[in-house]
Design a protein around this ligand. Structure first.
Ligand SMILES: Nc1ncnc2c1ncn2[C@@H]1O[C@H](COP(=O)(O)OP(=O)(O)OP(=O)(O)O)[C@@H](O)[C@H]1O
Length: 333
């Protein structure tokens, strides 16, 4: 079991308020990801749940029990850090078992749990090694293993993959997804990486300047962003925002259209423009246009395309995929 309820969480460092009243419900077994720009308070929120930071005010309940004044070790949580935080002089096996040993767990029980976690994470061949004899990915798996053996109610991950190279990130991401399926545990995860958030989360929490902008499934956020901030934050390249007046659209202030929802043609279309830059990504081509009428436009095309700077092209949006925002930057249903 591992449900979490946050009510009106506030946290200030001196007179700098970093969390400005956070309300959030996490159900047992959910995978929840915190995203948001640098400095928005993601790590601080995670650390208050862990008990590594005290809250200034507010309530934190784990399985219905208030824990705001319970010390970290007694909250039933395990945290995995970006830095791994392994003990260099201990073997993999001892690193994984240390928390249980300190908690006074019997040796046979420790051995059994370490062995199960090690098999689950393919760490069996490395149990006698020290962290310095492992790759970054293996070290991260040990850090995850150390969390698993504690059988916590909540797993907290603070950017666990950000020290790994691109290929290893993908592999470890798949492993974490598999782990979540198998353990059916509640996981809360902070990341900068949109792909991680979109692929792992049941629920994404978008934070901005210490407050929640929107909570929803990845596809909710992509298809129905609540405001311009979320619309611009989720999706890459970023959504195009066009002043509604330039499109003759009444009743909205801004029109949003994602780069992947615009078609390009050399012959005809809604908006004439000149190509200023092209990025060939292999699977996709990103074309940047200057259109006199509506300004700069980003277009994402599937596959390879031979557009080049200075080409004259015509862009046509898929009108069924347009987003409309009011004068307060909020989405119009
Ligand atoms: N111990 C501290 N003392 C004072 N200010 C702090 C402390 N820890 C964090 N802050 C401030 O709180 C704000 C939020 O920091 P936090 O690390 O939670 O952001 P973040 O969203 O995780 O950022 P990043 O994505 O860059 O890791 C920042 O302005 C940071 O400078």
């Amino acid at each position: 079991m591992g449900s979490l309820q946050l009510k009106s969480i506030r946290k200030a460092f001196g007179d700098h308020e970093v969390l400005k009243g956070i309300d959030l419900e996490v159900k047992d077994g959910e995978f929840v990801i915190f995203v948001g720009p640098s400095g928005c308070g993601k790590s601080t929120l995670l650390r208050t749940i862990a008990g590594l930071e005290d809250v200034t005010s507010g309530s934190i309940r784990i399985d219905g029990q208030e824990v705001a004044s319970v010390p970290p070790a007694r909250r039933g949580i395990a945290m995995v850090f970006q830095s791994y935080a392994l003990y260099p002089h201990l073997t993999v096996k001892d690193n994984m078992g240390l928390g249980l040993k300190q908690a006074g767990t019997e040796k046979a029980e420790i051995d059994a749990r370490v062995s199960r976690a090690s098999t689950m994470l393919s760490l069996d061949p490395y149990l006698a090694r020290r962290p310095s004899e492992l790759s970054g990915g293996q070290r991260q798996r040990v850090a995850i293993g150390r969390a698993i053996v504690r059988e916590p109610k909540l797993f907290l991950f603070d950017e666990p993959l950000s020290n790994l190279d691109a290929a290893l990130r993908v592999q470890t991401r798949l492993e974490i997804a598999g782990l979540h399926r198998r353990l059916k545990a509640t996981m809360i995860y902070v990341t900068h990486d949109q792909v991680e958030a979109m692929t792992l989360a049941d629920k994404i929490v978008v934070l901005n300047a210490g407050a929640i902008e929107q909570v929803g499934s990845p596809m909710d956020l992509y298809n129905r962003p609540a405001n311009i901030f979320v619309a611009g934050f989720i999706g890459s390249p970023q959504m195009n925002f066009i002043p509604a007046g330039r499109l003759g659209e009444a009743g909205a202030k801004t029109i949003g259209i994602r780069p992947e929802h615009i078609a390009l043609s050399r012959e005809s279309g809604d908006w004439r423009g000149k190509v200023i830059h092209v990025e060939h990504l292999g699977a996709d081509t990103i074309v940047y246009l200057e259109t006199g009428a509506i300004g700069l436009l980003t277009v994402r095309l599937f596959g390879e395309h031979a557009y080049a700077p200075d080409d004259v092209v015509f862009a046509t949006p898929d009108k069924t995929r347009q987003h409309r925002f009011d004068g307060n930057d909020r989405a119009i249903a």
